[in-house]
Design a protein around this ligand. Structure first.
Ligand SMILES: [Zn+2]
Length: 444
């Protein structure tokens, strides 16, 4: 009797198309024809299509003697999937490694490769990394869409009032703008969207980028390259750019103090602007670190600092299935929300245990998982933003101390809304849950 085979995830979706990263068309074709012969080809195509459909940004394959464990990362959280039998998973990996131009027989060394994927009309880039482990092999696949969907600061979670303030600083004259985020917390996305938001039509934007690390092109922003084989260093590139009298000088990576000094002088002399980007746990931490790095220009920077943006990423509650509840007075007090201000808070829908999923007659009636979020309760991520606009007291204190607690107190006394306060607002707006906040803040 034939064994009843369970349908596996990779069989439930239309497989992806592979686009090898080979310039020569006929070479690329023959690689595809050759790999297509083996069973692993359709397994790989189906598994990746399933991952993309699940909105996974990472797929982790853990090969042990018995099987291959599969995990997806969706909106920054890892999820375990049913594991795949070893033989099939091996075949999939052989196909993937061949398509990524890696050595398929080598299962020990650390290797990496790239491959293009296509689903209907959407294209993705796959980066594959493999390394031998004591029990087998571990493979990380990163999946990125080629086109980042255009978003606005509001889509990322910024409040309208804050956006108006931030935009005003971006479009002002003679100030310094600093955009910060903790490591791997969406700094690049926020930065790019902020650059899109700045009014560039009648102003000249010059950006300074290392040749080996160019920024994505943004219309009306002119890149100036240094390093690599340009044979130019940053200060000389800044000097010649200043001769063109740009309105905004942009540093996607923090420059050396000499270059910053040149840029800051332009703020004072000719009312220009400087935008910089840096990794920092909060707006105030970022500003303190920034001033410490540019001690020689600190007084000028402090007097011209326009706005410092900080952020944290959290998962967004699924609008289709989120569940409202009336917060108790104690909870509101704990969150610092005045009584009567917020009638409803939201949490992810969690189905009752299966034995309680019954109809009015007590017969089993399993609850279908939400189609929008696949029963996760969350869909996508948003940033919680913090916008620091230092007042005179804070400016004076920044030149005297680096004590974050002291500076935080002064900022608060000037009306600055901290990351914690912004987080509570985000929960009150129904965008995320208290559980998710706890998780996001427990990470560090
Ligand atoms: Zn949902």
């Amino acid at each position: 009797m034939a064994e009843q085979q369970e349908i596996q995830l990779w069989q439930t979706v239309e497989p992806v198309e592979f686009i090898p990263r080979i310039k020569d068309q006929s070479e690329s074709q023959s690689l595809l024809i050759q790999t297509r012969q083996a069973v692993g080809y359709s397994v790989a195509g189906g598994q990746l299509a399933h991952a993309i459909q699940a909105r996974a940004t990472h797929m982790l394959l853990d090969y042990t003697k018995a099987a291959c464990a599969i995990r997806y990362q969706v909106d920054g959280a890892w999820e375990q999937l049913p594991s795949m039998e070893r033989e099939l998973a091996d075949a999939m990996l052989v196909a993937l490694k061949q398509l990524c131009l890696m050595n398929a027989t080598d299962r020990r060394s650390t290797q990496s490769g790239k491959l293009g994927l296509k689903v209907v009309k959407e294209k993705f880039s796959l980066s594959l990394q493999s390394r031998g482990t004591p029990t087998g092999e571990q493979v990380m696949a990163r999946i990125e869409p080629d086109k980042v969907p255009f978003q606005r600061m509001a889509d990322l979670g910024m409040r309208d009032k804050m956006y108006a303030q931030f935009k005003e600083s971006l479009d002002a004259h003679g100030n310094n703008i600093l955009i910060t985020a903790p490591k791997s917390e969406g700094l690049t996305t926020t930065w790019n969207i902020a650059m899109e938001a700045a009014d560039k039509l009648v102003r000249d934007f010059q950006s300074f980028e290392h040749q080996d690390n160019p920024e994505p092109e943004i219309i009306y922003i002119n890149p100036n390259f240094f390093g690599g084989d340009t044979e130019k260093d940053l200060p000389s590139v800044v000097k010649s750019a200043i001769l063109k009298e740009p309105d905004v000088l942009i540093f996607p990576e923090l420059p050396d103090p000499a270059s910053m000094k040149l840029a800051v002088e332009q703020i004072k002399k000719t009312d220009k602007q400087v935008y910089s980007r840096m990794v920092a746990p909060s707006a105030l931490h970022g500003l303190v670190k920034y001033l410490a790095k540019y001690r020689e220009s600190a007084a000028e920077i402090v007097s011209s600092i326009g706005a410092v943006l900080g952020q944290r990423l959290v998962r967004r509650l699924c609008d289709e299935c989120k569940e409202g509840f009336e917060p108790s007075p104690q909870l509101l007090k704990q969150l610092g929300i005045p009584a009567g201000r917020v009638a409803m808070l939201y949490r992810p829908f969690v189905p009752p245990p299966i034995e309680q999923q019954v109809d009015e007659n007590g017969r089993p009636a399993p609850i279908e998982p939400c189609q929008a979020c696949n029963g996760r309760g969350y869909l996508g991520r948003i940033a919680i933003y913090e916008l620091l606009i230092p007042g005179e007291k804070l400016k004076a204190a920044l030149l005297k101390t680096q004590d974050i607690n002291k500076l935080t107190q002064i900022a608060k006394s000037e009306g600055h809304r901290s990351m914690q306060a912004e987080s509570v607002l985000t929960v009150a707006r129904g965008l995320t849950s208290l559980d998710e906040l706890k998780k996001a803040f427990a990470k560090r």
